[in-house]
Write a protein that binds this ligand. Sequence first.
Ligand code: ADP
Length: 749
Amino acid sequence: MSTEQSDESDLDKQLLAAVDQVNLTDDFQGALSALVTAASRLLACDGTSVMWLNDDELEVLANNGELAPLSGLSLPVSQVGAARTALDSNRPAVVHDTAEDARWRCIPGEERVRAWLGVPLLLGDRTIGLLEWTAREPGWFGDDDIEMAAALARYAAPILHRTQLLDDTRRRLRELIEPRPAKPAQMQDVGAALQQVTREALVLTGARHAFTFLKEEESLRLRCVAAAGPQRQELRKAVLRGDGTFGGLTAARSVLGRTGTGSGAGPADGEVMAALGITNALILPLRAEKEQVGMIGVAEPDVGRSFDQGAIRLMTQLASQASLIVERAYQSRTPSDGYDYETVFQSSPLGLCVLTVAGDIQACNPALAGLLSRVDRNLVGHNLSGFLVPGDWRRLAHALEEVVFTDQRQQVDTRIQSAQGEQRHVRLTLAPAPSLAGSSLKAQAAGQRPGEMGATLVAVLEDVTSLKILEQERVEHLRELREKHQQLQDLDQLRTRFVSNVSHELRTPLAVIKLYATLARKGRPEKQTYYLQTIEQETHRLETMVENILDLTRIDRQTLRLHPELLAAEEIIAQVLEVYQETAEKRDIELQNHVQGNLPGLWADKNDLIQMLTNLVDNALKYTPRGGQVWVAAREISPDKSSSQLGPPQAGQAGQAAHDLELGDRPMLEIAVGDTGVGIPDDERDHVFERFYRGQNNTPERTGTGLGLAIVQELIAQHGGRVALKSQVGQGSVFILQFPLVQPVDASQ
Ligand code: ADP
């Protein structure tokens, strides 16, 4: 540098001021322009720029001064010799005279550069970019300048890196918070629009050729999409590999290796274009969505050797215009992956909607209207709660808030109700909408309810009614199976218990018979009659037992069919009592018949009725000591008629107790058999109807099988009635048979 030297402390101050300037900005673009301004203030020159290293390309991110490369320009490192020296060595590089330095390769528009200084921007030993100064005069940069430049680059690099990271983080956050626009811009005819721009480039720069190339999405090659000039037909057929040999333009970084730089099949890009007579070209990159997507260029200026500053400025404008056209075309494709989500939304068979956290519908598809049985189809503005079965909203409202607060999906099963009142089961899958993450975080941070911040959710509704019905049927079926299984198990247990009881009970009289038969043969002759009487008695007991067992077995197998007939119960009662009259007298027990007048006709099996009464009267006599009383009473019970007195007037408490029985609301006939006998203790009352159960009140004289009451219970059940018991120890017992006064239905018919 030929200007006056500043002293060392001044330089330090300048450097500090420059670094401070960069440090004070906290966004990347701000830091870049601060750096480029600081750099041009630090070293007086004709151009300064900051270049960023993206793999093998240097991209101009900020510039200042007349002789700086255009902002947005991307240059392959392989094409910029001097810069490459700096980057390869990680040290400053100087070109004192561009005319005499073999490393210097002129970039179109920078023909006036005679001196160059480049300093790599280093992060540790990683190069992130390049800071460069250009000057018109050769030998402009001295050793001090190099030192100052290096110091500035050393301080600025980490600051730039930090602000870039910050920017990146901010961008991602913004992407999360701001959803993509629902309706993309209309697709434009890109080719036609670019053709117009290309033609303008030709006319306005006075070049011989003008062309625009775009990267193909599939192959990433560059295809000519617009051309003007005498070679336009040929140019339109041109496809370049993006090998960097023409205008420094490269294909996507990821396929750089595949396309190679001049290697591989076919001619290099430079050769392809040279074959069309294009060697001296001014080329600018086209950018869309932050990617280099193509290039626009003019070639072979008509006037003079090279394109002047005016042409460069013009082309810069046209390049940004073309970039905008491409950018819009990119946006008009539905969100980046090319799917038409609007069509998916509209034609989905699932009900889809966007909800606020309060349940207000903000958008919905036709399937949702169908699901909710709404003809008008316009549900926007309605609240989802209005479509639910009353009472189901609470749970859903809770789930909506849960989704907003946790940012997690939720699934809720609920029921909807149509205007006609028809109910359907619906499964809702709720997910936070793209903007939700930010909103909920903000809402929490501000201590507000998310609804107030406008948080939204996406809900997918699926009709699961048929699934639910199937599920219910399955549960019902399973329950029935379980019940059947339980019944079978119970029956099996009963049978096992029955068989073991039978064998046990039969053994007792058999043993007695066997013993007394032996005694009859070998015992004392004078006791022969006693022996034979006992054998006869036990044989009778055995016979009764076998009869009872057979009855029960038949009842169990339901082979004991009812033969119901209309009976006069008072007659049957009188017959049974007559049979027992003699026995009662022998035992000094008064047998009383309290049945007065005619009872209503009773539909019953005569034999069954006789057996039930026989069993009960037999027991009453058996469990009543001498001098006691046994009585039978009967009455009609009717829900609308007042019932007559049941039992003898002198029956005392046991007779009175019969009135406390719970009676059904059907007309009934009650027959009570009562006694003033020993009674049954409370804890045995539930057991006396069990098969083979014999109570504590039994003595050796009171022989029995423990089957009498079990048979009574089974038989009365077959008649659609029931048996009840009231008893008090020492006072007596009353067994009450309750018959419905209707013709019984024979289950076996
Ligand atoms: P059992 O052959 O032993 O009489 P039941 O099945 O007829 O068998 O009766 C079961 C038990 O109920 C009897 O063993 C007895 O303890 C009790 N029981 C039945 N009827 C009366 C009654 N009228 N008074 C007292 N206890 C009775």
